[in-house]
Design a protein. Structure first.
Length: 116
């Protein structure tokens, strides 16, 4: 899950993935959506090396969530994540990429994607 963006277009002191909706950071909403998908075993999140918010983020219970240092762009963050996954993923694992700042994804849509 790319989450290394600084949210410059949004402005403000807090990157958009950490802005709150209903008192919960956007990134936490996105993590909770992915954690609700039965076929997902772990979530790997790419964060900025200057991230000051990750340690305070409420993580979904019962889901393995790990972070890695992302890059200067979304593409680089995804690439670095794929490189890091080579150490722990098996040849038949699937990798889904979902942006942290997109919390409205529906579990049924992810299920349909995996089933297709």
């Amino acid at each position: 899950m790319p989450a290394a963006g600084q949210g410059r277009r949004v402005g403000g002191a807090v990157p958009k993935q950490y802005l709150e909706i209903a008192g919960i950071p956007v990134l936490a909403h996105s993590l909770n959506r992915l954690a609700a998908v039965q076929q997902i075993d772990a979530i790997f999140v790419g964060i900025s090396k200057t991230d000051r918010h990750w340690q305070k983020l409420p993580l979904p219970p019962g889901m393995e969530v790990a972070c890695y240092t992302g890059g200067q762009s979304r593409a680089e963050t995804v690439w670095l994540g794929l490189q890091a996954l080579q150490e722990c993923a098996s040849a038949d694992d699937w990798v889904l990429v979902h942006d942290a700042a997109r919390p409205c994804v529906q579990v049924k849509d992810i299920d349909a994607l995996i089933s297709a």
